[in-house]
Design a protein around this ligand. Structure first.
Ligand code: IMP
Ligand code: MG
Length: 182
């Protein structure tokens, strides 16, 4: 178990041990589905990089690693309906199997738009893998193939997820105290 919790947290939602299990199970499903078919993992910066780093080491097919960064206009703990692609792929994805790696799906706005952008480039397939899903907050429906864990509507940080760019380094996922972001 986690010996000490960060003082800005209310509770630990997902321990290091559970995260390991989630990554392992998710990788198993991906390995079964793609077999030896090559994929391009498109990691959405910056929150997904810790999850992606653990996941990629468990994948068995030929896999290439690419990054994209999108920002949604708006700040604080909720996103707006608009996204801006701050960093795009620099490879041609025509006829490739794309696996988008996201840290968390909240309103669904970011991924809905990103997936549309990638699908318009005619990949062979385009699927989404997210570590966390907060379905209670969904505004835009988005088709997600791999979900690590469904969580309640609380603002979480750690294991790559941030609040104001902090807390990404925590090895577990915790619920941030409301007084920190109020
Ligand atoms: P969406 O467009 O509302 O689905 O927002 C997805 C993005 O919002 C994620 O990639 C995160 O960067 C951020 N986000 C949503 N919920 C949380 C949370 O609980 N903790 C940290 N970041 C979050
Ligand atoms: Mg993010």
């Amino acid at each position: 178990m986690n010996k000490e919790m960060h003082p800005d947290l209310k509770s630990i939602l997902i321990s290091e041990e559970e995260l390991k299990t989630i990554v392992k199970k998710t990788a198993q499903k991906i390995n079964e589905d793609y077999k030896d078919e090559e994929i391009i993992m498109v990691v959405i910066l910056r929150g997904s990089m810790v999850f992606a780093a653990d996941l990629i080491r468990r994948l068995k097919m030929p896999v290439k690693l690419e990054f994209m960064q999108a920002s949604s206009y708006g700040s604080g703990t909720s996103s707006s309906g608009f996204i801006n692609i701050k960093r795009d792929l620099d490879v041609d994805i025509t006829d490739k199997n794309i696996l988008i790696i996201e840290d968390i799906i909240d309103s669904g706005n970011t991924l809905f738009r990103l997936k549309n952008v990638l699908e318009s480039r005619n990949p062979k397939s385009c699927k989404i893998c997210t570590l966390l899903d907060k379905p209670d907050r969904r505004v835009t429906e988005v088709d997600v193939t791999y979900i690590g864990k469904v969580i309640p509507d609380e603002f979480v940080v750690g294991y790559g997820l941030d609040y104001n760019e902090y807390y990404r380094n925590l090895p577990y996922i915790g619920v941030l105290k409301e007084e920190i972001y109020e």
